[in-house]
Design a protein around this ligand. Structure first.
Ligand code: RB5
Length: 152
């Protein structure tokens, strides 16, 4: 599995830690390093850049890290067909996949430390959408999203 990752200026060290963690676990981590080519970029364009790559199918799973995880989740969720959630605990990280079928995990480098972040990423990686009772809820979210985009 390939996981695409990026961060803003608040999370450079945590991103390095997570990239190393993914690679140590045999996961191919693709670091977009948007800041490297766009110095001074803010979280919205960094998150948008990664979310578009999920939208066009280049990658199936992504991780976005900023100071709180909030801004990255907000911008990723503005991209049609892309779903992101901020997780600072293991249970939520599992449910983000199992219940919500979100492709993007976001975290805040100013909220949690590297060890918890690694554990969250590991739990998220091994979790898959379970369907069942969650399917009609996710379907409803997709239908409302289509309605919202089409009414603009
Ligand atoms: C810092 O730019 C901070 O605003 C950002 O990293 C993030 O926490 C926004 O949600």
């Amino acid at each position: 599995m390939k996981v695409v990752i990026d961060c803003d200026d608040a999370a450079i060290e945590l991103k390095k830690t997570i990239v190393a963690h993914l690679e140590n676990n045999g996961i191919d981590a693709v670091d977009l390093d948007y800041l490297g080519s766009h110095p001074g970029a803010y979280y919205p364009e960094i998150g948008y850049n990664l979310a578009r790559k999920i939208q066009d199918g280049a990658y199936q799973r992504g991780i976005l890290i900023c100071g709180t995880g909030l801004g990255m989740a907000m911008i990723a969720n503005k991209v049609k067909g892309v779903y992101a959630g901020v997780c600072h605990d293991v249970f939520s990280a599992e449910r983000l996949r199992k219940s919500n079928n979100a492709q993007i995990l976001t975290m805040g480098a100013r909220v949690i430390g590297p060890e918890l972040a690694k554990t969250i990423v590991s739990a998220w990686l091994v979790s898959e959408f379970q369907g069942g009772g969650s399917q009609p809820k996710v379907d409803q979210m997709h239908a409302l999203e289509r309605q919202s985009f089409e009414s603009q």
